[in-house]
Design a protein around this ligand. Structure first.
Ligand SMILES: Cc1cc2nc3c(=O)[nH]c(=O)nc-3n(C[C@H](O)[C@H](O)[C@H](O)COP(=O)(O)OP(=O)(O)OC[C@H]3O[C@@H](n4cnc5c(N)ncnc54)[C@H](O)[C@@H]3O)c2cc1C
Length: 336
């Protein structure tokens, strides 16, 4: 395990924030995990696991060790009458893995095409898009406990997946390294195309995993700013879930407010709508701002610092709270 000192993290986070880490290393195999465990015992320093850096905001330089998970490999683990079980290592690129399943004729993950990041990070916030969540096709994952070196297996129930949340996000950040994830993909596909314009983009084409994946890629490219061109971390805020009474109160003065009933009876509303109503779309201060394409996406036009981006986020939170009495919650992890 090689360790770089005073390393730039600019190319390792999709916001393109020019933070530095005191120490940076890459985890490619089991020996690197062992070396990492030893390093942690010898150094009493903060420690952070990093995937593709697409769900993080580095507010400041990182005064500890950043370990980038680069474990590779994917395969068909098993098969039964109804399902195919496919596994991928934690460092595999998520979109490449989805395309690999699609090209092999397996359905289930196509709606999650083009989400940036790694397979190992995907369960952390139970990634979701276009009516599908990771939890819908999750089978199990393997992780190494970085305090005890134990190898652990988690099934669906133990992961406690919820809307952009999981057991790992709430309890084990930087304590468990997710080494591989297995998905159970149905042999008889059920397409989800009646969501946010997917059917329209298909233009009458027969739905297949391939055609839906292509449609999702086209939709996402038309709606979301590409981090390769303009730094961002996708949606910066979670959609708030409100008690019915609160929702009904808001509806009186805001008849257009979107709302979706949740299984528990509460109402999920649109953070993008709330932010847009407060006039933030296209806002810019220095190099930090809000995308012109999407009110939910904070952007770095070039050299914004993590502090400047977080200031925009805090200003949005204050304004939305003032106007609607709703406290927005950041979706990405804010470090430092
Ligand atoms: C343009 C854009 C669009 C996006 N669209 C969506 C979307 O539609 N839906 C959605 O849900 N998300 C979306 N995201 C957010 C992001 O892509 C996902 O959350 C993704 O899973 C993050 O993966 P990552 O490898 O980049 O994780 P990172 O940002 O590197 O890390 C995220 C968290 O996971 C932890 N972590 C990383 N790897 C491991 C591991 N192997 N073991 C344990 N912990 C680990 C980190 O410590 C951190 O807490 C988008 C982001 C961008 C930039």
């Amino acid at each position: 395990m090689e360790i770089q000192q005073n390393a730039s993290l600019k190319g390792l986070n999709t916001f393109g924030v020019n933070a530095r880490a005191d120490y940076l290393t890459e985890i490619h195999n089991h020996d690197d995990i062992e070396a990492l465990l030893e390093w942690k015992v010898q150094h009493d320093l903060p420690f952070l696991l990093l995937g593709g850096g697409s769900n993080l905001l580095f507010k400041n330089d990182y005064k500890g060790l950043v370990a980038r998970v680069c474990l590779e490999g994917k395969d068909i683990a098993a098969e039964d009458d109804n399902k195919v079980y496919v596994s991928a290592a934690g460092g595999e690129n998520w979109h490449n893995f989805v395309r690999w399943t699609v090209e092999n004729g397996y359905a289930g993950l196509e709606n999650l095409s083009l989400i940036p990041g790694t397979v190992g990070a995907a369960p952390i916030q139970n990634i979701g898009a276009y009516g599908v969540e990771l939890a819908d096709h999750f089978h199990s994952l393997q992780a190494v406990n970085l305090e005890t070196s134990e190898v652990l297996e988690f099934d669906l129930e133990h992961c406690q997946f919820a809307y952009r949340d999981s057991f790992f996000k709430s309890h084990t950040l930087d304590k468990l390294l997710i080494t591989s994830v297995t998905f159970a993909l149905p042999k008889k596909a059920e397409w989800k195309i009646d969501y946010a314009g997917v059917r329209e983009v298909l233009e009458g084409k027969e739905p297949t995993a391939q055609s839906i994946s292509d449609a999702i890629v086209a939709l996402r490219q038309s709606k979301l700013p590409d981090p390769a061109t303009i730094g961002n971390a996708g949606s910066f805020f979670k959609n708030p879930v409100l008690a019915v009474e609160k929702w009904e109160d808001l509806k009186v003065n805001n008849p257009d407010i979107p709302g979706w009933k949740q299984p528990d009876g509460q109402i999920k509303t649109s953070a993008a709508w709330l932010i847009d109503q407060c006039g933030w779309k296209g806002y810019r201060k220095g190099d930090a701002g809000v995308s012109q394409k999407h009110a939910l996406v904070l952007v770095n036009y070039g050299n914004a610092s993590g502090v400047e981006l977080w200031q925009v986020a805090e200003d949005i939170i204050d304004k939305v709270e003032g106007q609607f009495g709703i406290e927005l919650e950041a979706e990405p992890r804010v470090i430092g």
